[in-house]
Design a protein around this ligand. Structure first.
Ligand SMILES: [Zn+2]
Length: 312
């Protein structure tokens, strides 16, 4: 069974301007590298559908979904970007990109639950893990992974899903949405202190937060994850694993100061595949979050995908 690879050309049309690190070229770097390495032949390429409002409202308040959609429609009609915070710009292409990003995560979930794919990767933007129930933040509009996790629980009737967040930044939005929802175990590590400066004290007993200091390297991090994530994941027995796959903890990435390399992403992914095979019929849905050094991003996504697709 193959690995689904969801993306859409609309995700390139969200453009926050020259010099913004969360840029359309991130997706080009990933797809170019997949072609150059021949990894593309191991993947089942699919176009991301648009998420529906009903799907978004499983993670966000109805008022937020309606107001953000209205705002993004006005920006599209005006043809001019509008800053929502110092980091996050709504642009004419944002609405469809954001709906495709969440829609990809939902469709990928449908695929793995139906057995059409064993694993799936969503090469989408904007990312999602800083978007809270009712706030855009840190390049994020809709929380793609949280929307998909709730879809798995509420629509497909799964009882336990895990969310793994290995972005260098704390996934405060996902924590805001998921904390206290005991059907979900969220495991993350993140550089601390660093934007958004949260996470040192978890908001719920279903959160395993591992804050790590700047300049932590892969070997030290692996030991921490082995000790803090793995026993809880084994005990929880997730029926599906979601991944907030940010690659900005890479040592070449300037948005953080951690020292991970491709082999660390390979190791993390392999440990997740092990857990998924034992408890989740191998099912993993991974969604791109951060990762801003284009070359390191592409190489790290490839390392992640080689394990997900079981390419030797
Ligand atoms: Zn990040």
């Amino acid at each position: 069974m193959s690995t689904a690879f969801y993306s859409h050309s609309d995700c390139r049309l969200h453009d926050m301007g020259p010099g913004h690190p969360e840029c359309p070229q991130r997706l080009d770097a990933i797809s170019d590298h997949l072609l150059a390495t021949g990894l593309d032949i191991a993947l089942d390429f699919k176009d991301a559908p648009l998420a529906t409002l009903e799907q978004l409202e499983r993670a966000h308040t109805a008022g937020y979904v309606m107001q953000l959609k209205d705002l993004l429609e006005r920006v599209r009609a005006a043809g001019e970007p509008k800053a929502l915070d110092p980091d996050t710009l709504a642009c004419p292409g944002t609405l469809n990109a954001a709906l495709r990003a969440a829609g990809a995560a939902v469709a990928a979930t449908d695929d793995v639950v139906a057995g059409r794919a064993k694993t799936a990767f969503c090469a989408v933007r904007p990312p999602g893990h800083h978007a809270t129930r009712d706030e855009t933040m840190g390049f994020c509009f809709f929380n793609n992974v949280a929307v998909a996790a709730r879809h798995a629980l509420d629509v497909h009737g799964l009882q336990r899903v895990a969310i793994i967040d290995f972005d260098v930044h704390h996934g405060n939005g996902t924590e805001d949405i998921i904390a206290g929802d005991e059907r979900v175990l969220m495991c993350s590590f993140f550089q601390h202190p660093l934007y958004p400066y949260s996470g040192a004290v978890p908001k719920g007993t279903n959160m395993i937060n591992v804050p790590v200091p700047p300049y932590t390297r892969g070997g030290e991090l692996r030991d921490m994850l082995e000790a803090m994530w793995m026993p809880r994941l084994e005990q929880f027995k997730p029926q599906l694993i979601f991944v907030s796959a940010g690659f900005d903890a890479h040592r070449e990435d300037d948005l953080g100061q951690l020292g991970l390399v491709e082999s660390d992403y390979e190791w993390i992914t392999r440990r997740l595949v092990d857990v998924a095979k034992r408890h989740a019929q191998g099912r993993i849905v991974s969604c791109l979050e951060g990762g801003y050094s284009l070359s390191a991003l592409a190489r790290s996504v490839a390392a992640h995908l080689r394990v997900l697709a079981e390419v030797a």
